[in-house]
Design a protein around this ligand. Structure first.
Ligand SMILES: [Zn+2]
Length: 511
């Protein structure tokens, strides 16, 4: 309160004879009133509601000059008050015009909790700002210059124009690098654990998305992290891949030596197979295995049981073979495709073929294999008793192939003719040139040839599948040659020589 006369003895604040007006405070209405009266030390004084004590008698710690608001972030907003107020524990203690013993400066008061908190925060913020500033690696040259002093002593350190390299060597046996951290001049980082380069996503949680080591603490973290990472065992699969890649490199160096490359390719195949729990065999390898298995089943099983080589299970080979074996390959597109592909690989001479027509007698039975019921005759609704086989042999090489196997029962010559014509068409389509048809001298075959030739049998006809080429008939060359040989051995002339009739003069013979 302004202007009221101070009740403290000897104080003349706000008295009529002064121009200086000071703030003053009314007596508290609660228990503190007694304390105030006692402190004022005025004999027999009973304060009225108008009695005041001026501000001079209050220690500064009891006077509140400002409005204070503590904001949620801990900072304090202060605005000066129009007139000061007293703290709730204030009492008059300073009496300038009285004996000194009456004056006392109260013990310094603890600051309000929010104020202390705020100060602590401010202090922390400052400390953090200072630390933060020192933590940032401002330039590559700073990194390069200060790195040695910042990293643990046991790390080696290489400085370069473009990077700094920190690495740890394990000298226990053959010295090896345990890990290395390379920080480039743009602060990006490469890390190796032994010989293995780590993926940046393994440590991006320390370096951030940019993968930059631009703070000393980041470098610290990296070093601590990689030091604590146990040496990674290279997984078996990766080691095998490594071996295979080395073998492939060898292959490149010796590609001219077919013998060795074949061997190494086989080893590579075996390594791959050894690695995988569900091996996938290459076609060439499967064919090789099938060839061995179907030729020497017990040898195959023996070798397989040795478990030295990874070989497909015989059941697997059988299943494959069963799916390849169609009841009638005459209608099998895949077989025609096979013939066509095979023919493309043959030389022109080898494409010149004979077709052997033969019957194979089979036990009449049905069986289920490869998802199909086999054993049914194609020409009637019964079990087949015979398989009509059409095979080709190249005239100038030992190339042989089955063109068609047709299960039949009591086949007549029309059916045989139809099948033969079909075979000739297939061979024409797949690229072969058929020069002759060979069969044994069965009545069925002879009849078929007669039909083909238009009634009576002749040496050759136009190929029904190819009007431009002739088709010769031969009846079982093997039998013919056997007959000739037998006749020859049975000859009774002196030098056992076959004489052909003289073509110019039938009455003479010549050797
Ligand atoms: Zn006063």
């Amino acid at each position: 309160m302004m202007g009221r006369k101070c009740c403290v003895p000897g104080c003349n604040s706000n008295y009529d004879n002064t121009d200086v007006h000071v703030h003053s405070f009314a007596f508290p209405k609660d228990d503190r009133k007694c304390l105030w009266i006692k402190k004022i030390n005025r004999a027999g004084f009973v304060p009225t509601k108008h009695s005041v004590v001026c501000i001079k008698h209050f220690s500064e710690q009891f006077i509140i000059h400002n409005h204070r608001v503590v904001k949620p972030d801990g900072t304090v907003l202060e605005v000066k008050r129009n007139r000061p107020i007293l703290t709730s524990d204030a009492f008059p203690s300073l009496h300038a015009n009285q004996p000194n013993y009456l004056s006392e400066e109260p013990a310094p008061k603890r600051k309000a909790p929010e104020e202390r908190l705020s100060e602590m925060r401010k202090r922390d913020d400052n400390n953090f700002a200072n630390w933060n500033e020192k933590d940032i690696i401002t330039s590559f040259s700073t990194l390069s210059d200060c790195c040695r002093s910042k990293i643990p002593k046991e790390l080696q350190f290489i400085q370069d124009q473009k990077f700094v390299l920190l690495y740890k060597i394990d000298p226990t046996s053959m010295p090896k690098i345990v890990f290395s951290i390379k920080v480039f001049d743009d602060f990006t980082v490469d890390i190796w654990h032994g010989p293995k380069k780590l993926r940046s996503q393994d440590y991006s949680y320390m370096l951030g998305k940019e993968n930059k080591c631009d703070r000393w603490t980041k470098l610290d973290c990296l070093i601590n992290w990689i030091s604590a990472t146990p040496e990674l065992e290279t997984p078996l699969k990766a080691q095998m891949e490594h071996i295979v890649s080395k073998l492939k490199e060898c292959l490149l160096c010796i590609k001219d030596d077919l013998k060795i490359t074949t061997h190494i390719n086989f080893i590579i195949e075996q390594v791959y197979l050894a690695m995988s729990s569900h091996p996938s065999y290459k076609t060439d390898y499967l064919l090789l295995c099938a060839q061995i298995y179907f030729s020497y089943p017990s040898a195959y099983t023996f070798i397989r049981n040795l478990a030295i080589l990874k070989l497909p299970h015989p059941l697997y080979l059988k299943k494959l073979a069963a799916t390849l074996r169609s009841p009638s390959v005459l209608d099998s597109n895949s077989h025609i495709y096979y013939l066509k592909k095979k023919c493309e690989m043959l030389s022109v001479d080898e494409k010149l073929v004979s077709v052997l027509i033969d019957e194979i007698h089979v036990n009449a039975s049905y069986s289920y294999s490869g998802g199909q019921i086999i054993g049914s005759a194609e020409n009637c609704n019964a079990e087949a008793t015979t398989v009509q086989a059409f095979m080709l042999t190249s005239l100038f090489s030992d190339n042989k192939d089955i063109v068609a196997l047709v299960p039949v029962k009591n086949q007549n010559n029309d059916e045989l003719l139809a099948n033969t014509t079909k075979v000739l068409k297939i061979l024409k389509y797949t690229g072969y040139t058929v020069l002759c048809l060979i069969s044994d001298n069965l009545r069925l075959n002879r009849k078929m040839f007669e039909k083909m030739a238009g009634g009576s049998i002749s040496n050759f006809i136009q190929n029904p599948a190819d009007q431009e080429s002739k088709l010769f008939f031969l009846f079982d060359t093997v039998h013919l040659i056997k007959s000739i040989r037998n006749n020859w051995l049975n000859l009774t002339n002196n030098d056992q020589t076959i004489y052909f009739p003289n073509t110019e003069d039938n009455t003479k013979t010549r050797p």
